[in-house]
Design a protein around this ligand. Structure first.
Ligand SMILES: C[S@@+](CC[C@H](N)C(=O)[O-])C[C@H]1O[C@@H](n2cnc3c(N)ncnc32)[C@H](O)[C@@H]1O
Length: 232
């Protein structure tokens, strides 16, 4: 299995820097046979889990449609190839001036008419580092920079053996909460960080709801432990 150290396509908030700490922690959950990635994001934690525990069932909750972006990688690579050729005379890492700017936007518009544009991935190639647009209208308002990626994106094998679902974390949690041997991976959006590329808003009351869910799970563990000791 090919091991990815970061998500194949850009994703804000992916846990690439947590790889070794996460994998170390996973080992101590050897009694779990199912891992549910409630806030899957880019799927990176699901991927890490599958590499460490290929025997386990791993469920990746793709709430943002990241798998659609993965499926569209061939189209994304085509667009970037076109932009590379178009901008070959422009200096790297500098502003894209007219007439190139208009040509870039026209190419993006055409690709959108033809079916699909992955704006988050495109942003990494034409916007200042860390900036993201999620639509053509947003892209038009931005200063464009020539930071077009020089190699193709690839996600081969990234989600092999992983079950993908697309739902609210509460529904997913409810379905699995009473099963034995289940470990929930809980990495919700952070308060006060930019979440414009995520689906929906994340407010304080959403955090409180996650805490309620965690409390429920800890309580459940506590009860189970007590029953276990009583049985002994
Ligand atoms: C911090 S990110 C998770 C990052 C992920 N662990 C990774 O490594 O890529 C939080 C994710 O939760 C998603 N999310 C927001 N509201 C949600 C909901 N109600 N149910 C499930 N996921 C949700 C966000 O869209 C975002 O993808």
């Amino acid at each position: 299995m090919k091991i990815y150290t970061q998500a194949p396509l850009p994703f804000m908030g992916q846990k690439r820097r947590w790889s070794s700490a996460f994998k170390t922690a996973l080992v101590s959950y050897s009694d779990c046979h199912t891992f549910i990635d409630l806030f899957g994001g880019s799927g990176l934690l699901s991927h890490f889990t599958k590499t460490v525990r290929p025997d386990a069932r791993v469920v990746y909750n793709d709430f943002d449609g990241y798998t659609r972006r993965l499926a569209e990688i061939p189209r994304t690579n085509e667009l970037l190839k076109e932009l590379r050729a178009m901008l070959s005379g422009c200096p790297d890492n500098k502003r894209i001036e007219e007439p190139y700017r208009s040509r870039v936007l026209q190419a993006v518009e055409r690709r959108e008419r033809e079916g699909y544009v992955d704006y988050v991935t495109l942003s990494a190639s034409v916007l200042f580092s860390g900036k993201y647009a999620t639509s053509l209208a947003q892209l038009r308002k931005e200063t464009l920079y020539n930071t077009v990626r020089t190699s193709d994106y690839c996600a081969d094998g990234y989600l092999d053996g992983i079950t993908v679902t697309h739902e609210d974390y509460r529904a997913l949690f409810d379905r699995w909460k009473s099963e034995d041997g289940v470990c929930f991976l809980i990495d919700p959006p952070y308060l006060s960080t930019q979440t414009s590329t995520y689906t929906g808003y994340w407010r304080l009351r959403d955090y409180l709801d996650v805490l309620r869910l965690l409390r429920h799970q800890l309580l459940l563990l506590h009860i189970r432990e007590k029953l276990h000791h009583r049985a002994l």
